[in-house]
Each structure stands twice: as C-alpha cells, then as structure tokens.
Design a protein around this ligand. Sequence first.
Ligand code: PMP
Length: 356
Amino acid sequence: MKVHNFNAGPSILPNEVLYKASKALIDFEGSGMSILEIGHRTAPFMAVMEEARSLVKELMQLEDDFEVLFLQGGATMQFMQIPMNLLENGETAAYIDTGVWSSKAIKEAKLFGYTDVIASSKESNYNHIPKQFTIPQQASYLHITTNNTIYGTQWQSTPESSIPLVADMSSDILSRSMDFNKYSLIYAGVQKNMGAAGATMVAVRKSMLGKVTRKIPSILDYRNHIENGSMLNTPPVFAVYITMLTLRWLKEQGGIPAIEKINDKKAALLYDEIDHNPLFRGTVVKEDRSKMNACFIMDKPEMEEEFIKFCKKEDIVGIKGHRLSGGFRVSMYNALPYESVEVMVEAMKYFSLKKA
Ligand code: PMP
C-alpha cells in the first residue's frame, strides 16, 4: 500500500485494478496496442462495455426494465438531463434538499418545469436527513441524494414513494444493499466507488422514457444511448475499462453484501473513536451518519492543521473537510482497506494522548 488514501473523489481504487489497467495501457489483451489506441467499436472494447453494463445489472440485481448506460458530463450533467427527459413542461418534480449536490440538481430542474422542494435540512447546515415530508402524488418524480458527500449524511432507507424515485448515488453506489428496483432512475459519477473519473453510470427504466413532448437533442436523449448500447458516440473508453475492472473486483469480493459488511466495520471503528476521543466531535446527527464520508471537527479548531500535518507524516492523506463544512472528512469507499481505518484511529488516539 502506498498511502492511506481517504480522498473524497476521485478516490482510492483497488490495487489490482490499477495493476491490470496499467498493463492494458501498454498492451491490451495481447493486441500489441494500448487500450487507448484501439477503436471503440472493435470487438474487444465492445466486450468491455457490455461486461461493465451487465455487471452493474447483476451486482445491483436490477429488473429487466432497467438499462445501464455510461455517459459523459459527470453527475452534474444528470442534474439537467434527468428533468429534460422526465419532466414535462408545466409539470412538477419533487426534490429533497440534503446538501450542495441536491440544490444544484434543483436549480437545473427549474429550467424544465416546476420544482417542489418538499423538505430541506439547509437551515441546520445539512446536518441531518429530513424525516417529515409529504410526497405530492401529482409530481412526475421524487429526487433524493442518497449520500451527501460534503456533509457526511446518508439516507438509511429508501423513502416509501408511490411516484417514481430518482436518486443521485454518486458517493454510495454499490456500497450497501438496497432495493434498487424501488427506483426508476439511479445515477452516479463513477469516480468514487465504481471506477475512474470520466464516466457517469445511469440506470434507467425504459418505461420512464418517451413521455415528454419537448424536443430533446440526440446526445441528451437516453433512448438514443439505449438503442446504441451506450455507444452513441465515442465513450470514455479508459474510464469504462477501469469501471469494468472495478466491478469485476467487487464481484470477486462477494458483491455488495460482502463489501457492505466491511464498510459497516470500517465506519463503526471510526465513529467509535470520534465518539470516545475528547479531541474530536462528529458534525451530523448520529442516526443519519454516512458510512462513506465521516465528517468531524475539533473543539479547538487551531489544532486542526497540526493534526493534518501529523497524519501526513503517518502517510494518511485526503482527510481535510470540504471548504463548506470545515474540519475533517474521512472517506471510506469500497476500495479502502480496513487497515487504513485502523491506522487513522491509531493516529487520532496517539495525537489525543500527546495533547492531554
Ligand atoms: N453528486 C454527488 C453526491 C457528488 O458527490 C458529486 C461529486 N462529488 C456530484 C454529484 C458531482 O459529480 P460530477 O463531478 O461527476 O459532476
């Protein structure tokens, strides 16, 4: 292991994925060419794309109505592409505002129809997931952000909804078991739990499409991407390749149930230290804590820089909090080994003893 990498995204990838990808950069499957040097419509690359798409369906156990796409433009592009494809002019989409990423999604949806923000935790600096809300039955869909990367909150269960559910799962995709079939559209930038920056995974129910009357530019119409097997134009080949390798790795680990057990253990270890170490304090309500991004502060903020420097000496990187929430953010995505969290906790204990 090089360092203990707690980056929030792009973030740590499994070593064996990096190793295989580095070989493919020089010679892809004995072709004498780099994966970056072959056409995307060649049989070997088409096989990569197909395997990546079908592994997502398999790992998430998605029903047949779902199609999996790898698109470009990041999760940020989905903020507009979703309402463009699903929200009819003059109709309303419901959103729950749990942080910066949800509010950006809301802003874009307003370009296409009405938005009804049925709950928000903004007033308390997004330190919890709202529990009280009524889902308007006439809304076209309800959008949630399952994990809030900046503030460190996470939906602990899927809200019961009789209208189609849409979710931004960028920072907790494939990290825990969920009934993904309760959703109508799931999207995620792949650069945290799934692969390398450059591709965005969209899993969409075909039955949701073709209902709006507006004209949709070809490249933004999900139906065109589906018809073309996620190869409407040149896809981000290397990002998709790394994603395919990461999905294979996840399957070898035992899939989502197996990785969830490890993720639970990692989060329990870290939060236990945050709760028992007098120097540190968690910033979000306990019941909504994220198992992917743990956010915490020190009661003496002047010590924070010193702690970050101390950690750096211990080869711990990426723990500085987002500029909007301050303090620390320790991201524990799928590829982060349990041992890295042990090292982090040891550093917290040692630093605290030194300061006592
Ligand atoms: N949604 C969430 C929950 C995120 O964490 C991020 C990125 N950190 C985004 C959306 C934006 O993703 P992208 O940079 O891929 O557009």
